[in-house]
Design a binder for this molecule. Sequence first.
Ligand SMILES: Nc1nc2c(ncn2[C@@H]2O[C@H](COP(=O)(O)OP(=O)(O)OP(=O)(O)O)[C@@H](O)[C@H]2O)c(=O)[nH]1
Ligand SMILES: [Mg+2]
Length: 193
Amino acid sequence: MSCCGGGENKNQYVYERKVNYTHFLKYIMVGDSAVGKSNLTLQFVDRRFSPNSEFTIGVEFGSRIIDIDNKQLKIQVWDTAGQEKFRSITRAYYRGAVGAMIVYDITRRETFDSLTSWLSDCRKYSTGDITITLIGNKSDLESARQVSTAEAQSFAEEHGLLFFEASAKTGTNVNEILINLTIYNQNLVPLSI
Ligand SMILES: Nc1nc2c(ncn2[C@@H]2O[C@H](COP(=O)(O)OP(=O)(O)OP(=O)(O)O)[C@@H](O)[C@H]2O)c(=O)[nH]1
Ligand SMILES: [Mg+2]
């Protein structure tokens, strides 16, 4: 596990393999507490789900190398704490991020209602161009859904965001999010190391 700014968390991220890469991208993951940010990060990095994950304290990060068009891209995902008391810590981590994932829980309406505030932080504290993806997590809990896909899609269009529903539990759409965010970034940002 890579960790900074906080204490121990039982979510274990694998150490990255020592593979050469030609491009580097920092992404930040934000959203209310318990929407599933740490589990999405765990799926991105290690293709695992942790049913008993604990609140993130401060910020953690995981990374993975993906190949797109014969380029080896190192993606570093900063997984922030959603609890209000960590908000000021989180704000420091937008710096240098070229991608942001704002996550809500499709089964908890209040986490969708918080999106405007997360979006505002994202735009205010990021530096340079940042591509933002909206993620409606816990799509495996369809019967408990409180936010329709159409409503979220419309919010995303209104604010110029990419949009996916996903499940950190089943892994549905998790790779697609990472790949789409990355392809979109490659189009926008000249990358080099
Ligand atoms: N069914 C289901 N449960 C999920 C999913 N993603 C996360 N969970 C559960 O939701 C709870 C919270 O998940 P976390 O990943 O710790 O949430 P978080 O957003 O990192 O929370 P903070 O660190 O407090 O900001 C845990 O019990 C997870 O097992 C999902 O896609 N489906
Ligand atoms: Mg967490």
